[in-house]
Ligand binder design. Structure first.
Ligand code: TXA
Ligand code: MG
Length: 308
């Protein structure tokens, strides 16, 4: 406990100094900096090697803090009450007089916001006098980090401090819902699509289902740097094989995301397993068919992008 407290103090010092640090969230780790500071937010783009046109998600402690920066609409309040803090982000209209750095929004008048659930990060957000801009803590287009050691893997000594909060429980990024204009899901994520749709069902006519796009989600993303083949029953001999169901005979190249077809567990283990496989120098990865339901939809989305 004491150690956590002193680490939160350390984190505060770095952040007040306009530096980026790693923070734990329930989805994936974030590369965080003061969202009100041009200098601090610029450091995020540099460190991540991310194009500046790709906007950042801002992390708040609660509604009260958010009110200064954004307009709140009815759908937002409904979803907030149901799912926050938790693995969901919202695109909202930015207030003109907000202090959010233009680097965060790419000079647009919309902003993505979220209320992370991790205990340590909530403590940190409560203390700070500003919200935290935080993209996933990985190099641009690479696999997201779900632990402190993943971040060190990605950035080495370039990152000065990581607040260690153990392994991320959800393991995939937040679901992003745009509430500017017709509500629509922009990115699949840690909360299943149907749970959110159910919630917006009263506005069914207004709800737009089709395309899922966010500006930053290019085709190649979450890439382990080797080919991935999906829906595979029989892997090649020298191929890493990711599975979600236990086989009677297991082989050395088998990597279980789950042994019981548990999609929540599989999501949690996805990025971690991709990272392990990459380190073992396999030339390619085969993946057992993952059902296109619930979090399976999110896992498939990430695997398809990673395989491009
Ligand atoms: O779970 C998460 O959301 C994690 C943790 C750290 O909170 N963060 C995360 O950030 O995944 P990032 O930057 O890796 O992905 C955010 C996505 C990007 O594709 C970005 O283009 C999109 O959100 N985005 C950010 N601001 C937006 C906006 N105003 N409108 C539409 N999309 C936006
Ligand atoms: Mg990312």
């Amino acid at each position: 406990m004491k150690k956590n407290l002193s680490n939160i103090k350390k984190a505060t010092k770095y952040l007040n100094n306009n530096e980026c640090i790693g923070i734990p969230t329930e989805t994936v780790y974030g590369l965080a900096a003061n969202a009100y500071s041009d200098k601090a937010t610029l450091n995020i783009f540099k460190l991540k090697k991310r194009p500046k046109k790709n906007p950042l998600i801002v992390h708040y402690y609660n509604l009260n803090d958010l009110k200064k920066d954004c307009f709140l609409d009815v759908n937002f309040i409904k979803l907030y009450k149901k799912f926050c803090p938790g693995p969901i982000s919202f695109v909202l209209k930015l207030k003109r007089n907000s202090c959010i750095s233009n680097n965060v929004t790419n000079n647009k008048n919309n902003i993505a916001v979220r209320f992370p659930k991790h205990r340590l990060t909530r403590k940190l957000l409560k203390i700070l006098k500003y919200p935290l801009a935080a993209p996933s803590a990985n190099l641009y287009k690479k696999i997201s980090a779900v632990s402190k050691s993943d971040i060190i893997d990605e950035f080495g000594k370039k990152i000065k401090f990581v607040l260690d909060g153990g392994q991320s429980k959800v393991g995939v990024e937040s679901t992003i819902v745009s509430l500017v204009g017709k509500p629509k899901i922009l990115r699949l994520g840690g909360i299943e699509r149907n749970k959110i749709e159910k919630f917006l069902s009263k506005d069914k006519k207004k709800y737009k289902k089709k395309k899922i796009v966010v500006p930053g989600q290019g085709k190649l993303h979450y890439s382990p740097g080797i080919p991935i083949r999906l829906n595979i029953k029989h892997p090649k001999k020298n191929e890493a094989y990711m599975l979600i169901n236990k086989r009677t005979i297991s082989k050395k190249n088998f990597y279980y995301l789950s042994k019981k077809n548990n999609l929540k567990e599989a999501a949690k283990n996805l990025y971690k397993t991709l990272r392990i496989i990459k380190k073992r120098k396999f030339k390619s990865i085969a993946v057992e068919k993952i059902p296109e339901i619930g979090l399976g939809e999110t896992i498939n989305d990430r695997l398809i992008r990673a395989s491009k």
